[in-house]
Design a protein around this ligand. Sequence first.
Ligand SMILES: *Cc1c(COP(=O)(O)O)cnc(C)c1O
Length: 405
Amino acid sequence: MPGFEFFGDEERKEVNDVLETGIMMRYGFDGPRKGIWKSVELEKEICKTFGSRYAQLTSSGTAALTTALAALGIGAGDEVIMPSFTFVASFEAVLSVGAVPVLVDVDETLTLNPQAVLNAITRKTKCVMPVHMCGSMADLDALVHICKEHHLILLEDACQSIGGTYKGRALGTIGHAGTFSFDFVKTITCAEGGVVMTNNEDVYIKCDGYTDHGHDHQGVDRGADLHPFIGYNFRISELHAAVGLAQIRKLNTFLSIQKKNQTALKNMLKQIPEISFRVIPDENGDSCTFLSWFLPTEEITRAAVAEMKAAGILPGNFYWFDNNWHYIRKWGHLKNAAALNNLNKDQYDALIALQTKDLSASDAIISRCVSTAISLLWTEEQIKEKGEKMVGAIKKALERSTVGI
Ligand SMILES: *Cc1c(COP(=O)(O)O)cnc(C)c1O
């Protein structure tokens, strides 16, 4: 997820355009900004690149999810089905609009298990939110089908999968709405930023107002705007949008390097018959930011992680089962409903119930999974060296397990 690895003159030029006029806000100041509209330009570029009819930039990916949920009419009394393996932002956004996050099992796609989604549907379910984790996608045909059958909204959290596709369509553009994050470690970065994409004009107009205090952006100036509904400030700045504009022009380069590097590493790991790889519903659509792989048991996986650590190659290899950010096992704050202010009763009860929820099917997958981050900067020699060290460490762990130490 490495936009920051390719940062240079292009970003500086775009940012300097803004600094020259000094107009760092995306709205208004029509005269002094001298025709510089970086946020508008980036939104157009996003629509063109990903084939979305509308795009609304936000101050972060979390803000994009919050905005999308609000614009889709999801709030108090509603349940949103989401995966147990994601980034904390997914449930933060659901809680922030007053809705209840319902966390369900993932399968070997590392995203929502469609059967688990079906099992979780209640009268209160309003939305299914797949999270396309680690560069690749959920089984979208199955999820679209479920949403149609049950009249549910499909909101794609594609924050980690910029540039991924499913059957030729960009991830994030297939549901009623979808989001990207442009935070510092994502595939392309604005430093901080995000976007909601949708093909629905009504949803887009709501996103546009919601991210700017409810302004309808129809007045002759900001003071003359009407406020048809309550909004907040989730605006992106022109400086951030400028960075993103330079980055999005490099996206195809990033994707082709990722694909090449991921394929090279995968071919090396394939030597080990005990390794299996993440199930990818559309192999061609993998954005290849990570290579995610499994070993046969938790014990062997832990041993392999320890061997990789000893070999000095743990950085860049993520064992999510022990990670505090991405898997429910370590989300004590969520399971204890440790909010600073009062949650509504539905939310509080649902969070406390997570303490005893059976997610053993997810445990059985995530405890055997390692994701290797793919760098844009690796040389062929570096990939070979990294791959050899990984193969060596994994083989050691497998040998130890067969001799029973
Ligand atoms: C990064 C991320 C977000 C939130 O993005 P921010 O821009 O950091 O707020 C949401 N969901 C997922 C899956 C992410 O990886």
